[in-house]
Design a protein around this ligand. Sequence first.
Ligand SMILES: Nc1ncnc2c1ncn2[C@@H]1O[C@H](COP(=O)(O)OP(=O)(O)OP(=O)(O)O)[C@@H](O)[C@H]1O
Length: 229
Amino acid sequence: MLKLQELEAGYDESMVIRDIDLQVKDNQVVCIMGRNGVGKTTLLKTIMGILPPKKGKVIYMDTDITKKRPSHRAKQGIGYVPQGREIFPKLTVYENLLVGLEAGTEKKIKEDVYTYFPILKDFKKRNGGDLSGGQQQQLAIARALVANPSFLLLDEPTEGIQPNIVQEIQEVILDIKRTSQTSMILVEQDLEFVKNVADYIYVIDHGSVVYEKAVDEINDDEVYHYLSV
Ligand SMILES: Nc1ncnc2c1ncn2[C@@H]1O[C@H](COP(=O)(O)OP(=O)(O)OP(=O)(O)O)[C@@H](O)[C@H]1O
């Protein structure tokens, strides 16, 4: 579904991700782990086209999209839930969802978004900025889902969120995986959460992949080693 080949990216002269080869198969959830500042967000931004790579290729559904704009990638079915949610605080919940609709090719907001996150229906007319952090995260995920993505990039969706909402987000990820063919890349720091949702993990350090394995074969101590050095 998605392949990264020898990908390198960074800001101005500084190289942040180096020589990344990564693969996500159909209907697979792949988690990217790594300490703060190792380049996880930079990697997602490069996949989404927000940051142009300095080298390498992004192949999506057998097509080279390395030079395509983010809007093109969104129309091709790639959805992005950025770190820190980036919802529009002065727009209502409903208006935030309409913005998500603009990214894809869907014409209407489907009810299943509210089935996943009922609170968003109750708070439809509230400003995004008046929601709690966890509710804003749900809104950010829902905003990506209204475009009916076939590939979802989620940047630390559980960061700073209370446990009951983390649980809800976990269920939604598993349900999307079960009921649609959506593939996902999830940046995540919590190994227990990763083990519950992922099929495969990559650990990044200093911008490069230092460990990769199917989740049912990982050794927790090895993963913690890379997260703590
Ligand atoms: N817009 C930017 N301009 C210059 N440098 C940046 C920019 N964004 C990030 N960086 C630098 O790139 C490096 C990687 O940052 P990135 O946000 O990709 O890491 P991360 O692994 O996602 O970290 P975190 O877990 O804290 O979100 C860091 O050294 C950071 O300071």
